[in-house]
Design a protein around this ligand. Structure first.
Ligand code: GRF
Length: 206
């Protein structure tokens, strides 16, 4: 039986698209996206699953102002879809502890910096540019109650060019995320993720 994945989004959904493409293009891809949750009704990400059989759960921030109410609905949707793994693909809210504890070591996030550098901010790409670092990148990590601090599964480096701006740098970081995120999902589905206290390892990470 295919490994069942729930994806939470807020924005453009290019990472969601990378996951959808992996599933569509790789005949041996072992994971199946069964539900997508969004806290924004207008999120472009939702267009990417229109006309598919994937369940969509919209908990719009204007329609449902309290985070606890929104996220409890998301949790219900994840449970109803019997997901094995939750992927935060540009989801812009801190998860309720009750969601984190419902899926121990089974929620992953992609963050656009080399954590622990530039964690805890929605503007990690700009922060790296402002700081003048010469290399940044992206990190796929397990989600815990400590923001952007869960065990790291994989990272990729992206050198910063002198003429980079947020748009150009973000594009190169995202292209790394788009490669890594499907590999991380595959690793979970194939049972190749090991977690010990604050450290994680993906067996056979390419
Ligand atoms: C990603 O770059 C990720 O690092 C950050 O949010 C962005 C989402 O982009 N957490 P998209 O919605 O997948 O295009």
């Amino acid at each position: 039986m295919a490994y069942r994945v729930g994806v939470l989004v807020s924005g453009t959904g290019t990472n969601l698209q990378a996951l959808l493409d992996a599933e569509r293009e790789q005949s041996d891809h072992p994971a199946h996206i069964v539900v997508v949750g969004s806290n924004r009704r207008q999120a472009l990400a939702l267009e990417r699953v229109r006309d598919t059989s994937i369940t969509v759960c919209v908990v719009d921030r204007v329609e449902i102002p309290r985070r606890v109410d929104r996220q409890r609905r998301l949790l219900e949707a994840l449970r109803a879809a019997a997901v094995d793994l939750v992927v935060l693909a540009g989801f812009d809210e801190i998860l309720l502890p009750e969601i984190v504890s419902a899926y121990p070591d089974r929620i992953i996030n992609t963050h656009p910096s080399l954590l622990p550098a530039f964690g805890g901010t929605m503007h990690a790409v700009a922060a790296a540019l402002e700081h003048g670092v010469k290399v940044t990148g992206c990190t796929i990590h397990l989600v815990t109650d400590a923001i952007d601090s869960g065990p790291i599964l994989a990272q990729a480096c992206v050198p910063i060019d002198e003429d980079d701006d947020v748009t150009s740098l973000r594009a190169r970081i995202q292209s790394q995320e788009h490669q890594m995120l499907p590999l991380a999902v595959r690793a979970f589905a194939e049972g190749r993720v090991r977690v010990e206290r604050n450290r994680a390892r993906v067996v056979g990470w390419a």
